[in-house]
Each structure stands twice: as structure tokens, then as C-alpha cells.
Design a protein around this ligand. Structure first.
Ligand code: CA
Length: 225
């Protein structure tokens, strides 16, 4: 799961980033409007956390931009206590939720999980796909009710594939979504292939259907058809 944090209070942004990293998210931090705008026009995120008052712009315009791009990201506003009008405006133009500063980090995490569930999996904390069942609170995967022990990256890959099932996903897009934009700097995407190969093997060992298809020269498809 990939999160963009837009917050000009650097210490706050960093503490959010560190907390979410420990919770297993891939995070990117930006401290001003311009950088945030460039990020959301270039990359996709599962959730964007937006401060409204930025030194060089208004977070509401970032929300408008996300909506205009038809981004599938969840949007959570973080704002000062005295800016009720902004929060209402934010929800009106399509933000999913808001938190008033100061907030505690587990609360933010709970909101992120709920927003992502709503967007990708119709609100449930259990994803069921034929013989595969995923408990997204416990971060556990079962095939035919038997636990499959996955690494964090294998788990993230599986969630990303299921959220985008039956679509061809390029290696670049898989890398960007599961590893963050530092995937750009890698000279090859072979490491993605290794993780996918291991995930596929573990699912097959427990008797799952062979969903993961290599689309030659392009990437992968999680084929449920
Ligand atoms: Ca601010």
C-alpha cells in the first residue's frame, strides 16, 4: 500500500511517515503544494493525506486535481481545528475523511485502512476470492482455509493483484505501487519477478488455482476468468 503525505510541518510529516512505515506502508513525503501536484500527476497512490494550508497553495486544489485525474486514491484531509469550512469543502469535492490536528497516529492508520477497504474491497476487512481468503486486519492469507505464510512484499503484491484482477499490469506499475517510486532507480525489474514467482509458488502449494500469468514482454495479470 502506497501513501503520499502532503504536509508542510516537516516534523509532523516525518512522524506520520515513520509511523506508517512501521505499519508496513510505502510512504512518500512532500512539504509543499508544487511537489505534491507533481507527484499526483506522475504516480498513483492508495491513499493521499492532504494538509489544507500549504505555503504555496491550497490542499483543496490537490483534491480537485486527484478527482480530475480520476485517481483511485483514498483522500484524507488533515487540518487545523479552526478550519471547519475547509473540511466541509474537502468532503464536498470528494475527500473520503478528515482528521483534526492534533490527532493520534493509530487513529490515522485506522482511517487509512478503512478508506482503502472502501475503495478496493467494498468496505470489508475480509477479501474472498474463490478459494483465497485474506484477513486484512490480521494481514493473513488462507487458501482452502489453510494459512499461507507470505512475506510483507508478497502480501502487498497479492493485495495489489486482487484489487486489479484481470488487468494487465506492467512491471513498472507493480514496482511503483508495491515498492514506491524508488523502484525507478533500479536497473532491472528482475527482483519483482522473483517475488511474484515465490508468491505464485506458495499459493499453488496450498492448492490455489494458477491465477498469476506472465504477459510476455509487458508484465503480469491476475486472471480469475
Ligand atoms: Ca499546514
Amino acid at each position: 500500500m502506497k501513501i503520499l503525505i502532503v504536509e508542510d510541518e516537516v516534523a509532523l510529516a516525518e512522524s506520520i511517515g515513520e509511523y506508517l512505515k512501521d505499519e508496513g506502508y510505502v510512504n512518500e513525503l512532500v512539504f509543499d503544494f508544487q511537489s505534491a501536484s507533481e507527484k499526483i500527476n506522475t504516480y498513483s497512490y492508495d491513499c493521499v493525506i492532504v494538509d489544507i494550508n500549504l505555503p504555496d497553495g491550497n490542499g483543496l486544489d490537490l483534491i480537485r486535481q486527484l478527482k480530475k485525474n480520476r485517481a483511485a486514491s483514498g483522500i484524507i484531509i488533515i487540518s487545523a481545528r479552526n478550519s471547519l469550512d475547509d473540511r466541509i469543502a474537502g468532503l464536498d469535492i470528494g475527500a473520503d475523511d478528515y482528521l483534526v490536528k492534533p490527532f493520534n497516529l493509530p487513529e490515522l492508520n485506522a482511517r487509512i485502512k478503512s478508506v482503502i477497504r472502501r475503495i478496493n474491497f467494498s468496505g470489508s476487512n475480509e477479501i474472498v476470492l474463490n478459494e483465497i481468503r485474506i484477513d486484512t486486519d490480521a494481514i493473513q492469507v488462507f487458501v482452502h482455509d489453510e494459512l499461507v505464510v507470505l512475506t510483507k512484499k508478497e502480501y502487498d503484491l497479492l493485495i495489489f493483484f486482487i484489487a486489479n484482477k484481470n488487468r494487465v499490469l506492467s512491471k513498472e506499475s507493480i514496482g511503483e505501487n508495491v515498492w514506491g517510486d524508488y523502484a525507478d532507480t533500479l536497473s532491472s525489474f528482475d527482483f519483482i519477478y522473483t517475488h511474484i514467482k515465490n508468491l505464485r509458488k506458495k499459493l499453488l502449494e496450498k492448492g490455489a488455482r494458477d491465477y498469476l500469468q506472465n504477459v510476455y514482454g509487458v508484465g503480469y495479470k491476475f486472471n480469475t476468468l
